[in-house]
Design a protein around this ligand. Structure first.
Ligand code: FAD
Length: 464
């Protein structure tokens, strides 16, 4: 038997949920031990947010290097060294993950490598290749994240890829099929389309990018089609046959069976929480039918000294949500009264154009019984957007009619991912459209679109 090591706060998983929780807990005076079975930084830094954004940005650079006739820019023989792209992407990931490791060490967090398995409400075993060590903890934050769903008829292989496989390709495919056009599929498919890949999207639902309004997804579809992509909605993927140098994907649309051939097929039909192999049943931690752990407003499970955050609890499976919950859990353990409030939680798709939203949509606000006033402003009426030669899109500000309280907002357009922060701030702090309209926004900037939409909402528009 091994002698148990006693620790104060144990964090399981070093993704954006776990590592942020560990740092905040350490800042608040807890003695923290974090256990990671794979790579520091979790999915987000290693095989999610960061490498995907690097690939998207490389795709943009390549696409814009191929010239722009509207601007009178002609180029010839633009080539791409994809191995170099991958090397650069890896260097971005390494900078960030080693940065996180330094931050953890700087905050005196003990980093342990291994896989955690729960025994009871105060005990885990940490298993390494050939060792097993028992740890006793006072408090624990579980942040074990999620993994891609595998469809039985599409077993992952060298040709049938999950998001990680698609991020790590060694070549630019000539043809790629993407099954599931949620944000991960749409982002990666659009990145490869910029590299010149002929992409076919097969989406089971009526529209791509579920969760975003039709007017927004329509712009993304238009952009993808302009890049030569094919989008088939209400398509049921049936199976895949691996050929000598590619795949043949069978799907059904409107009762008809179709096939499409490609070099690879990327399957992005959602993710599952990593909660089934942790021994949580031995502790009696309550989960829902999807395997998501039930938590209260302080991210506490039904076991009072065990907390859960990030992709393993209900809500948007996004990195900034995991980090937010991590801070709340760390503060709760330290005796602070912090509680989660998701009202200002943004969601972004890094497509073209980018889509971003926070708070309520127009329909959600109406359904919630609000008398709504919408302020909408097009990118095409903004000087900065026009001078960027990128003016497809709009910003929609959803306000409460009686007093202009900002209830939410949606943005489709260049830099929507950055612009959404102002709307998050407005929703989070209970600002009105007048507050935004009275705030001077520098000229010429895309930020002025937010001010102009607020002016529309209060009935005093200048440029529309
Ligand atoms: P994870 O990041 O999954 O980290 C969990 C960690 O726990 C892992 O490192 C894992 O190895 C470890 N672990 C699991 N089990 C154990 C165990 N038993 N013992 C020890 N360690 C364990 N989100 C955004 O907000 N913006 C984006 O642009 C974005 N892009 C994405 C792109 C892709 C391709 C993908 C796949 C995801 C993307 N996401 C994005 C989602 C984001 O990556 C996740 O929401 C986020 O990583 C969740 O954080 P987490 O801390 O809950 O879990």
């Amino acid at each position: 038997g091994d002698f148990p090591i006693e620790v104060d706060t144990l964090v399981v998983g070093a993704g954006p949920g776990g590592y942020v929780a560990a740092i905040r807990a350490a800042q608040l005076g807890q003695k923290v031990t974090i256990v990671e079975k794979n790579a520091i930084g979790g999915v987000c830094l290693n095989v999610g947010c960061i490498p995907s954004k690097a690939l998207i940005s490389a795709g943009h650079s390549f696409e814009s290097a191929t010239g722009n006739e509207a601007l009178g820019i002609k180029t010839e023989n633009v080539t791409i060294d994809f191995a170099k792209v991958q090397e650069w992407k890896g260097s971005v990931v390494n900078k960030l993950t080693s940065g996180v490791e330094s931050l953890l060490k700087g905050n005196k967090v003990d980093i342990v490598r291994g896989e955690v398995y729960f025994h009871d409400a105060n005990t885990v075993k940490v298993m390494d290749e050939n060792t097993s060590q028992t740890y006793k903890f006072n408090n624990c934050i579980i942040a074990t994240g999620s993994h891609p769903i595998e469809i039985p008829t599409f077993k992952f292989s060298d040709r049938v890829l999950d998001s990680t496989g698609a991020l790590n390709l060694k070549e630019v495919p000539k043809k790629l099929v993407v099954i599931g056009a949620g944000y991960v599929g749409s982002e990666l498919g659009s990145a490869y389309a910029n590299f010149g890949t002929e992409v076919t999207f097969l989406e089971g639902a009526k529209d791509i990018l579920g969760g975003f309004e039709k007017q927004m997804t329509a712009l993304v579809k238009k952009g993808l089609k302009a890049k030569g992509a094919t989008i088939v909605t209400e398509a049921m993927a049936k199976g895949v046959e691996e050929t000598a140098d590619g795949v043949k994907v069978t799907y059904e649309v409107k009762g008809k069976e179709e096939t499409v051939e490609a070099d690879y097929v990327l399957v992005t039909v959602g993710r599952r929480p990593n909660t089934s192999e942790l021994g949580l049943e031995q502790v009696g931690i309550e989960m829902d039918e999807k395997g998501l752990i039930k938590v209260d407003k302080q991210s506490r499970t039904n076991i009072s000294n065990i907390y859960a955050i990030g992709d393993i609890v209900p809500g948007l499976p996004l990195a900034h949500k995991a980090s937010y919950e991590g801070k709340i859990a760390a503060e709760a353990i330290s005796g602070e009264k912090s509680e989660v409030d998701y009202i200002g939680m943004p969601a972004v798709a890094f497509t073209e154009p980018e889509l971003a939203q926070v708070g309520l949509t127009e329909q959600q606000a109406k359904d919630a019984g609000y008398d709504v006033k919408v302020g909408k402003f097009p990118f095409a009426a903004n000087g900065r957007a026009l001078s960027l030669n990128n003016s497809d899109g709009f910003l929609k500000l959803i306000t409460r009619k009686e007093d202009g309280l900002v209830l939410g907002g949606q943005i489709a357009g260049p830099n929507a991912s950055d612009m959404i922060s102002e709307l998050s701030l407005a929703v989070e702090s209970g600002m009105t459209a007048e507050d935004i309209a009275l705030t001077v926004h520098a000229h010429p900037t895309l930020g002025e679109i937010t001010m102009e939409a607020a002016e529309v909402a209060i009935g005093k528009p200048i440029h529309i």
